[in-house]
Design a protein around this ligand. Structure first.
Ligand SMILES: *[C@@H]1O[C@H](CO)[C@@H](O)[C@H](O)[C@H]1NC(C)=O
Ligand SMILES: *[C@@H]1O[C@H](CO)[C@@H](O)[C@H](O)[C@H]1NC(C)=O
Ligand SMILES: *[C@@H]1O[C@H](CO)[C@@H](O)[C@H](O)[C@H]1NC(C)=O
Ligand SMILES: *[C@@H]1O[C@H](CO)[C@@H](O)[C@H](O)[C@H]1NC(C)=O
Ligand SMILES: [Zn+2]
Length: 299
């Protein structure tokens, strides 16, 4: 943990220097970093009553050297390889035919109609690869950590017609952008600026504080996964499309200007989804790497 903490300022510096790709189809780097950082804290923490020494060791062993022992450092890797790994780009999201529910058999495929090629299939795929010693476990871990973040971004499970809000042009305050980008990046950036002194670490601490106080009673229901399928990713996708309809798309049309009213009512959703992503990633990693001691048994 000591070296991990020592690296944090460097990582944050690298993050703040990085340029945002305008149309990146994921939570931005900050969102993914927070999801993984929260998962790490929970995985590494004994106070949350996880027995995860084994899981921690397994995760750290699989990380590439460039991660410096920190999962959060490679949580955006899957976005960085989007052009090299074209086949993987449908794995970041799922689309519904304009309806507010998710059906795996109907919605989880790529443009060629290949089954399971969506964010839910990918989470199941990389979970089972990690459990069965698949080809490249380092890649599987980096994909999994990223996609668990993506499935919690409401506009990553949303309508095919508007490409998850990418074709809905809006003004975020005075700046022209699109609705998808507002949810990936803009709300987090505005929150960082308005409330957290532009410091990602402060925002993470604040979300972690709510995990232990505000949401303490909800954590076990977030983690509970009694499905016989590999993971509960399909449930997280269902939550996302519901939130997309109830919050993200609600009262928005082409050329809408979104300001304080939208920001203040939607930011709590963003923060809670990041928290849920982190808690569930930790639970899933524990389940994969420490099945005997994790609270939930596999199958
Ligand atoms: C780690 O896993 C081994 C079996 O692989 C088990 O014997 C040991 O008790 C585990 N350690 C912890 C701290 O859970
Ligand atoms: C599962 O992972 C393998 C290896 O990365 C990949 O070739 C395959 O397309 C993936 N399938 C899904 C549904 O994610
Ligand atoms: C596994 O994937 C990583 C990241 O793409 C790559 O750097 C590494 O060379 C791969 N390892 C093997 C054995 O293919
Ligand atoms: C924490 O919870 C409080 C009370 O619900 C809420 O007002 C605040 O926005 C939350 N902060 C974060 C970072 O989740
Ligand atoms: Zn993504």
């Amino acid at each position: 943990m000591g070296t991990t903490l020592a690296l944090l300022p460097l990582l944050l510096l690298l993050l703040s220097l990085s340029i945002h790709v305008p149309c990146a189809d994921a939570w931005g780097k900050e969102g993914h970093f927070m999801v993984c950082k929260i998962a790490e804290v929970l995985v590494f923490s004994i106070s949350v009553a996880y027995l995860t020494e084994n899981a921690t060791r397994a995760v750290v062993d699989l990380l590439p050297p460039v991660a410096g022992g920190e999962l959060a450092a490679v949580c955006s890797w899957a976005d960085e390889v989007r052009f090299r790994y074209r086949w993987a780009s449908p794995l970041h999201y799922a689309n519904t035919p304009g309806v507010c529910n998710f059906k795996q058999s109907r919605d989880c495929h790529n443009a060629k109609g290949e089954k399971d090629m969506c964010v839910v299939g990918a989470i199941n795929n990389y979970t089972s690869q990690l459990r069965s010693y698949g080809d490249n476990l380092t890649e599987s871990l980096m994909f999994l950590a990223h996609f668990v973040g993506d499935v919690h971004q409401p506009l990553h499970v949303s309508f095919a017609d508007d490409e998850g809000g990418n074709t809905i042009i809006v003004h975020w305050y005075r700046r022209k952008t699109n609705l998808h980008h507002v949810w990936d990046v803009s709300m987090i950036e505005t929150a960082m600026k308005d409330y957290y002194n532009n410091d990602l670490d402060t925002m993470i601490e604040s979300i972690e504080k709510n995990i232990t106080d505000e949401w303490a009673d909800d954590i076990s229901s977030w983690e509970t996964c009694n499905k016989r399928t590999v993971t509960c990713a399909a449930d997280y996708a269902s939550e996302s499309i519901t939130l997309a309809c109830d919050y993200a798309y609600k009262d928005v049309e082409q050329d809408s200007t979104l300001g304080d009213e939208y920001f203040l009512s939607r930011l709590p959703i963003v923060e809670k989804r990041i928290a849920q992503g982190g808690v569930r990633l930790a639970a899933l990693l524990n389940k994969i790497f420490d099945p005997l001691t994790s609270t939930i048994q596999i199958e």
